[in-house]
Write a protein that binds this ligand. Structure first.
Ligand code: GLY
Length: 376
């Protein structure tokens, strides 16, 4: 059987490829640069379904939670296949409020979480500091979410690349796909040097760049745009040793086991601009410093701007597209790392069985096509 052709080697494309290869399918993953160096590399690796959603996004919320539940097994299998750790950490997350306004917003989030039977705890500022001593003395309140975990997204990428290739998948880095040629039986991709590669299916998983791949009819293209996030990396130095992911009203901090401390992130509609700006870093640092003042003395070791792939409704596009033989797995916005296991499992299942599982039905790419039947 011709290979499944995956356009985009971020965490989503690589993990779909790995799941398929390990099930015995031929698969080729194409990335225009080094695989995984887009949003996947520039993220913070937080597995936090609660803190980044609007309350009305209930379908996405359930999807996020299901993916979170799949993470431990995904890690076990990935680490075994790749022979390396992805630094999955389960200390949990503290969502904190630094004034009365944010304490009220936090209380609404807590009530919402309790309504959905989440095992979260409401802590006073003092109780929160007993859990995480590096929190600012002035914090009013916190939610302790013990089940909101994290992973080192850069280690995740490295492991997925090894696991994909160990399972027999092909990774073609620095190989831009210029065009997709849709076809129900024999779709293909055309590379920028003109080479045509035939496949049994094409998966478009190119994140913020998904809309720019040629070959799809205009209204079949995924309505995905980049949303810029500026971040920076600090190096923790003892006695500073933050243990929990901490999220405040204006910034989050995610400590990794090798001492990296990620502080993020702005949210800017700037197209494909990835300039790091003084104002962006200032906002993120101020937001981080207000909730964890001990970061003040830490060395800055890296700064960057990543591009989150966002759709019009902020939910991903997963499943058959209106273009024959082309499946989308894109538009994961703030949740790409969190949604990796469920996206990989359900897209691999769709490709193996032809069945769309109820988990991905609400995220069908066809919701953005005016007349899917006519376009198919
Ligand atoms: N998920 C982290 C962010 O969007 O900044």
């Amino acid at each position: 059987m011709a290979p499944v052709l995956i356009v985009g080697g971020g965490t989503i494309g690589l993990s779909i490829g790995w799941r398929l290869a390990r099930a015995g399918r031929a698969v080729e993953v194409f990335d225009r640069a080094e695989a995984g160096r887009g949003a996947s590399w520039l993220a913070a690796g937080m597995l936090a379904p609660d803190a980044e959603l609007q309350f009305e996004e209930l379908e996405l919320y359930a999807f996020n939670r299901e993916s979170l539940d799949r993470w431990p097994q995904f890690v076990e299998e990935l680490e075994a296949d790749a022979g390396q750790s992805v630094d999955y950490r389960d200390e949990g997350t503290l969502i904190v409020a630094d004034d009365r306004d944010s304490a009220e917003a936090l209380r609404r989030l807590y009530d919402f979480q309790r309504e959905h039977d989440l095992n979260v705890d409401w802590l006073t500022g003092e109780e929160a500091r007993a859990v995480e001593p590096f929190l600012a003395p002035r914090l009013h309140a916190a939610i302790h979410a013990p089940f909101d975990h994290q992973v080192d997204n850069r280690k995740l990428i490295e492991a997925l690349k090894v696991a994909l290739q160990t399972a027999g998948g092909t990774l073609r880095e620095h190989t831009p796909v210029e065009r997709i040629e849709p076809d129900e039986e024999a779709p293909a991709v055309v590379l920028d040097d003109g080479t045509r590669v035939d496949g049994s299916a094409v998966v478009l998983a190119a994140g913020a760049w998904s809309r720019g791949v040629e070959g799809l009819a205009r209204d079949h293209r995924p309505p995905v745009r980049p949303v810029k996030g500026q971040m920076l990396q600090l190096q923790m130095e003892l006695p500073f040793d933050l243990q929990h992911v901490v999220r405040g009203p204006d910034a989050y901090l995610a400590p990794k086991s090798n001492g990296r401390l990620l502080v993020g992130a702005t949210s800017e509609e700037m197209g494909f601009d990835t300039q790091v700006t003084a104002g962006g870093l200032y906002d993120v640092l101020e937001g981080g410093w207000e909730i964890v003042p001990g970061i003040y003395d830490l060395p800055v070791t890296e700064t960057w701007a990543g591009l989150r792939p966002s759709s019009r409704d902020h939910a991903p596009l997963i499943g058959r597209s209106a273009a024959p033989g082309v499946i989308f797995a894109t538009g994961h916005y703030r949740h790409g790392v969190l949604l990796t296991p469920i996206t990989a499992d359900e897209v691999a299942r769709l490709l193996r069985t032809g069945e769309t599982s109820p988990w991905i039905e609400p995220f069908s790419p066809l919701r953005f096509v005016s007349s899917p039947a006519a376009s198919a």
